[in-house]
Structures are given as structure tokens and as C-alpha cells.
Design a protein around this ligand. Structure first.
Ligand code: FES
Length: 127
């Protein structure tokens, strides 16, 4: 089973979904993983309170990029309220492989950026 997840991660890493930036995004936020300095930016275009378009950009390891790519697929068409409900377990479920504490930061970087953007916070509390 692990193999399926590993291949899926590599696929998202090599062919990231929704990669790029949006012109005039309604929400745009960028942050880095303090451990390595890798960065992710997420842009959202809204229609009402729903995500009409999402793009991510930045650079980082396979886990951080794959996790961001999967997250963008997950939030298309979702409301901001629904996005606020996304938790770390959802990200780990997407990735599907066990992660140590260092890799966990990589995996959660995109979610941290997304939540900070959606909440309009400068920083999303760690947790
Ligand atoms: Fe930098 Fe994973 S090593 S985000």
C-alpha cells in the first residue's frame, strides 16, 4: 500500500496540479518552512465565499510540493468555512505514508499558508 502512496506523492511532485500564480487573487499568502527555508505561496480567487481558482508556487522537497498540489485539488469549489475545517489529519491522509517530525513540517507547510491566508492572519499558530 505504501508504494501506491509513494508513487502518488512523486506524481504530484513531478506534475504539480494548479501550479502557478493568479493575477489579482482575492487571497494570497506565502510562508516558509523555518527548518529549511523552502517556500510556498498560495493564491485564491473567490466567487462569493467559494474557491473559484487556486494556484500554488514556490519550491521545496517532494513532500511539501506534493502536499501543496494535493491540497489545491482538495479545495477547488470549497467554501472558506470548509477550508477552515481542514486539519492536519486530512493532509496526512492525502500523503498516506508515515512521517517523522521534520517531514511533518514539510507536509503541513501548504496548509499553514492556506489557513493563514484564509484567516487573514500574519501567522498561523503552530499545532
Ligand atoms: Fe524544505 Fe521539506 S525540506 S519543505
Amino acid at each position: 500500500m505504501d508504494d501506491f502512496y509513494r508513487e502518488n506523492i512523486l506524481d504530484h511532485y513531478k506534475n504539480p496540479r494548479n501550479f502557478g500564480t493568479l493575477e489579482h487573487p482575492d487571497i494570497s499568502y506565502q510562508d516558509s518552512n523555518p527548518l529549511c527555508g523552502d517556500e510556498i505561496r498560495i493564491d485564491l480567487k473567490l466567487e462569493g465565499d467559494k474557491v473559484a481558482a487556486v494556484r500554488f508556487s514556490g519550491h521545496g522537497c517532494a513532500i511539501s510540493q506534493a502536499s501543496a498540489s494535493m491540497l489545491t485539488e482538495m479545495i477547488e469549489g470549497k467554501t472558506l468555512e470548509e477550508i477552515k475545517q481542514i486539519g492536519k489529519e486530512d493532509i496526512l491522509e492525502n500523503l498516506g505514508i508515515p512521517l517523522g517530525p521534520v517531514r511533518l513540517k514539510c507536509a503541513l507547510l501548504a496548509l499553514k499558508v492556506l489557513k493563514a491566508g484564509v484567516y487573514g492572519l500574519k501567522e498561523w499558530p503552530e499545532g
